[in-house]
Ligand binder design. Structure first.
Ligand code: SAM
Length: 261
C-alpha cells in the first residue's frame, strides 16, 4: 500500500533523514512524549531490561543521539556497581565501562550531551559520543559486548549493511537488540493506529513543531519498514542466532534480539 505517499528514491533517503533529524532534534523530547503519550519511556525501560548490562562492559548504542538508551544502560551498570562494591558513586563512574553513543547527526549528539549533564552523567568517563554511520561503523571487529539500536534502523538506507556491521563489531556471545516501530495486525487496533498515524501525528507535528513534512516522513518510514517476521529473518541472515521478537502495544512497537555465537 502506498498510503498516498511518494516513494523516496534510495539516494535521497540519507539526505532526507539528515534533514528530518536536524529539524526534529530540538523538539525531540517534547514530540516523543506527545506522540507516544509518554509510552516511549516505558518501551525504552523494557528494552534495556532485556539487556544484561554489567560493570566493565563495552556497549554500542547506534542511532542513539539523544542518549535515552545509553543513560538507562549506564544507570543500571552504576547501580550494580554500587550495590556490589558499596563504593562511592563517583569512584564507580570511573570504572572500565564504556558505552558508545553513535549517531550520524551531530545535532542529535548535542541534544544527548546536554541531557547527560542534566541527568548528572555529564562527568561520566563511561559515555563516549561518536559521530558515525550505522552502515560503516568505526569500531573494531569483535569489540562490543552489546549492540542496541532504538527507533533508528528504519532510517538506515541499507538495513542489511547495518545488521552486518552490528554482527561484525559484536564479540562472540554479544547481544543485538533493536527497538523499532512495527506492524499492528489486530483488527480495530490496526484501524485506530492507522487513523492516529496518518491524521494525528502529521497534524501534531505541524502544530507543535511547525513541521508537518518531517512527521509525515516518520509515519511513512514506519510503514516501509519490514514487518516482525521479515525483519527477524534479516537479522538471522546477518548471522545472528536465537533470533526472537516481542511485540509491545499489539505490535506498534517490537523488540528484536539476536545473539552472535
Ligand atoms: N535512539 C534514540 C531514541 O530512541 O530516542 C534516537 C532515535 S531517532 C528517532 C533516530 C536517530 O537515528 C537520529 O538521531 C538519527 O540521526 C539517527 N540515524 C539515522 N540514520 C542513521 C545512520 N545511518 N547511522 C547512525 N544514526 C542514524
Amino acid at each position: 500500500t502506498s498510503f498516498g505517499f511518494k516513494e523516496v528514491p534510495e539516494e535521497e533517503k540519507s539526505k532526507l533523514v539528515g534533514n528530518v533529524f536536524s529539524s526534529v532534534a530540538s523538539n525531540y523530547d517534547l514530540m516523543n512524549d506527545l506522540m507516544s503519550g509518554g509510552l516511549h519511556r516505558l518501551w525504552k525501560d523494557r528494552f534495556v531490561s532485556e539487556l544484561t548490562p554489567f560493570p566493565g562492559m563495552k556497549h554500542l548504542d547506534v542511532a542513539g543521539g539523544t542518549g535515552d538508551v545509553a543513560f538507562r544502560i549506564l544507570e543500571k551498570v552504576n547501580s550494580i556497581s554500587r550495590r556490589a562494591l558499596r563504593h562511592d558513586p563517583a569512584e564507580v563512574l570511573n570504572d572500565e565501562t564504556q558505552i558508545y553513543v553513535c549517531d550520524i547527526n551531530p545535532n542529535m549528539l548535542n541534544v544527548g550531551k546536554k541531557r547527560a549533564v542534566e541527568r548528572g552523567l555529564g562527568e561520566s568517563q563511561s559515555l563516549k559520543w561518536v559521530e558515525g554511520d550505522a552502515e560503516a561503523l568505526s569500531f573494531e571487529d569483535n569489540s562490543m559486548d552489546g549492540y542496541t539500536i532504538a527507533f533508528g534502523i528504519r532510517n538506515v538506507t541499507h538495513i542489511e549493511k547495518a545488521l552486518a556491521e552490528a554482527h561484525r563489531v559484536l564479540k562472540r556471545g554479544g547481544r543485538f537488540l533493536c527497538l523499532e516501530f512495527s506492524r499492528v495486525d489486530i483488527p480495530i487496533l490496526k484501524e485506530l493506529y492507522d487513523l492516529y498515524s496518518f491524521s494525528v501525528i502529521p497534524a501534531v507535528g505541524e502544530l507543535v513543531a511547525g513541521d508537518r513534512e518531517s512527521y509525515q516522513y516518520l509515519v511513512e518510514s514506519i510503514r516501509r519498514f519490514p514487518p516482525q517476521d521479515k525483519f527477524a529473518a534479516m537479522i538471522a541472515d546477518a548471522g545472528f542466532q536465537k533470533v526472537q521478537y516481542e511485540n509491545l502495544v499489539g505490535g506498534a512497537v517490537a523488540i528484536h534480539s539476536g545473539l552472535k555465537i
